[in-house]
Design a protein around this ligand. Structure first.
Ligand code: ADP
Ligand code: MG
Length: 203
């Protein structure tokens, strides 16, 4: 049994809390704070990661790998890699970089394009396209890679999720549709950062 406490909390999501693993600083543990069984992001992501990892030559370089469940004082928790920069500091979200205008726009676009290619090439569904679900890993002094930390597979289990998994054409269609949603959210955030009026609350 692993004991989690406030000091280990990294961030709170809509459904899950993300804690630093007390016995392994390279990992995080996600527990549910919303006890709604219908939308169990841990179950979904765990089964989706197991599913894509069965594929031959799957490239996991732009998602966080998942290592299964542990028991914690806050219930079942799912273990993932924590995202780090090349120098060992914990990476920040893409939204943080965007809000603080740290990366020039043309460079941001390149990173986004690279992520899109990655998802299409590996047939990975990124459905919860919030910008806080993407981290920006610094891989050298002036280069980055986007890493998805949440929102893979589906928002809920059901017939559609089964279909996407069964059909490549359907998956490609869904990847494209979700990507369009992501771009809309991205562009909204870029505008907001440019205007600099309403500060970003969630980073
Ligand atoms: N692998 C990770 N490494 C570092 N921080 C993470 C990781 N996964 C999530 N986080 C942080 O925790 C927050 C909540 O986790 P998330 O998986 O997005 O929960 P939810 O499913 O409730 O949205 C994220 O927005 C992010 O700030
Ligand atoms: Mg999230």
């Amino acid at each position: 049994m692993i004991t989690l406490n406030k000091n280990l909390l990294i961030a709170k999501g809509g459904e899950r809390d993300c804690y630093l693993h007390p016995d392994d600083s390279t990992k995080v543990i996600k527990t549910l704070h919303k006890k709604d069984e219908h939308n169990n992001q841990n179950e979904l992501e765990y089964s989706y990661m197991k599913y894509i990892k069965k594929r031959k030559n799957i490239d996991l370089s732009q998602v966080t790998d998942c290592y299964g469940y542990v028991n914690t004082n806050l219930g079942k928790g799912l273990v993932f890699d924590r995202v780090f920069d090349f120098d060992g500091t914990p990476s920040k979200s893409f939204r943080y970089y965007l809000a603080n205008k740290i990366i020039p726009l043309d460079e941001q676009e390149k990173l986004i394009y690279e992520l899109k290619n990655y998802l299409e090439k590996n047939l990975i569904l990124f459905v919860d396209t919030s910008l806080t679900n993407i981290f920006c890993r610094k891989i050298s002094d002036n280069s980055y890679k986007l890493i998805i930390v949440d929102g893979l597979g589906a928002k809920r289990t059901g017939i559609k999720f089964t279909l996407y998994k069964a059909s490549k054409t359907y998956t490609k269609y869904k990847i494209k549709r979700q990507w369009d949603k992501f771009i809309k959210m991205y562009e909204k955030d870029v505008k907001r950062a440019k205007l600099g009026k309403r500060p970003f609350t969630r980073l």
